[in-house]
Ligand binder design. Structure first.
Ligand code: MTE
Ligand code: MO
Length: 383
């Protein structure tokens, strides 16, 4: 495979892997706006970026449908209602580096910024599947299987990237699964899936297949490596010698869990009072982030952060992150001293009262996915 025809990228990205390209924005830049500017949106590729001609592009829809389809981009834009939603996309590998620091995992290392938020426009997957006369659940239509056009994934013997979601999610009007052709009001850029990608909000980024080639309705999950072997949380006794025994027994990740992180200040900063903590919080399944707790003493005592940019989708689904702030004007620990080292901690709670686990060791897993433990930042405060 050749990486000679990759698109232009923001020079300010933190590059976690060059080819295939994997990069996240600087964590302080990430929380400047509710909607991430397109060029700052994290990029997670598994193969070279395909260079697709939108004029000759065709989406195929087949499998358990009465009316298989081949649709051009203009068919998709003209035949189906255009829907716009704001949604965050988060990679299941977000915060993997921290998990690996506790005990080594395999996978691209990510800091805390492998998630971003955009406004996405396209048609509903549901509308396309209905147009294709999709079979019912009892007739076996249980999974919507997606294939990309990015041939050359080394993990899967050079096949393109692939993945699936449940038909329950795909056909839920309030599930808001889109086949998106616009990001922040412009045609999708190449890195984010031009000309058409899946946006499956509330579930791991891995299911939002870019450069969409085909949707197959099936009784089975995607056969792709990325559905069957990767993006699974194995228990902590699974290692590279016995993992094969656990591939089938371990469910594929779908909904995201509750997550938050402090983006400002950076670790090991030295600061004078007053200063402000800024971060993000997000949950899966459209659940609302109800609150974010902040601790200035490593998690002994807590206070509420102020939430900003709450963004409700249709029917009470919350697909976007919230940003939070907390300003520190006084620090009791600092009395009669010239400086004090403290540990800032955040943890979020969602509308199902899910909260983040305290220790990374309790959720450690071989692939380093879904690290959502308490996020902490050690700093020094000067008097
Ligand atoms: N789709 C294709 N075709 N190829 C890929 O490598 N990566 C997936 C998903 N869709 C991927 C893909 C993963 S793991 C994530 S986290 C998201 O795309 C990242 O989307 P982004 O690059 O637009 O941020
Ligand atoms: Mo991902």
């Amino acid at each position: 495979v050749s990486f000679a025809n990759e698109p232009y990228r923001d020079p300010d990205f933190t590059i976690n892997f060059k080819a295939p390209f994997n990069a996240e924005p600087r964590q302080d830049v990430l929380v400047q706006q509710f909607i991430t500017p397109t060029e700052k949106f994290y990029v997670r590729n598994h193969a070279p970026v395909p260079d697709i001609n939108g004029e000759s592009y065709a989406l195929k829809v087949d499998g358990l449908v009465g009316n298989p389809l081949i649709l051009s981009l203009s068919d998709i834009k003209n035949k189906f209602e255009k829907v716009t939603i704001n949604a965050s996309i988060q990679c299941a590998g977000n915060r993997r580096t921290m998990m690996s620091e506790y005990k080594k995992v395999r996978g691209v290392g990510w800091g805390i910024a492998s998630l971003s938020t955009a406004s996405w426009s396209g048609c509903r997957l549901k509308d396309i599947l209905e147009y294709a006369k999709v079979f019912t659940k009892t007739e076996g239509a249980l999974h919507a299987v997606f294939w990309g056009l990015d041939f050359g994934c080394p993990e899967d013997n050079g096949k393109p990237y692939g993945s699936s979601i449940t038909m329950e999610k795909a056909m839920d009007l309030d599930g808001d699964v889109l086949l998106a052709y616009e990001m922040n009001g412009e045609p999708l850029p190449r890195d984010h899936g031009y000309p058409l990608r899946v946006i499956a909000p509330g579930i791991i980024g891995a299911r939002s297949v870019k450069w969409l080639d085909k949707v197959t309705v099936s009784s089975q999950e995607s056969e792709s490596f990325f559905q069957r072997r990767d993006y699974k949380i194995f228990h902590n006794g699974v290692d590279w010698n016995n993992v094969e025994k656990y591939w089938d027994k371990t469910p594929s990740l779908q909904e995201l869990s509750i997550q938050s992180a402090i983006c400002i200040p950076a670790p090991n900063s030295t600061l004078y009072l007053p200063f402000t903590i800024t971060g993000y919080a997000t949950s899966g399944g459209g659940r609302k982030v109800e609150r974010v707790d902040i601790s200035l003493d490593g998690g002994e005592t807590w206070d509420y952060a102020e939430l900003m940019g709450e963004d409700k989708g249709v029917c009470n689904k919350y697909w976007s992150w919230v940003l939070f702030k907390y300003t520190i004007t006084q620090l009791p620990q600092l009395q009669n001293k010239d400086h004090q080292k403290i540990r800032l901690v955040c943890r979020a709670w969602d509308s199902a009262s899910n909260t983040q686990p305290k220790d990374v060791k309790d959720i450690w897993n071989l692939r380093g996915v879904m690290n959502n433990c308490w996020h902490f930042v050690d700093i020094t405060v000067l008097n």
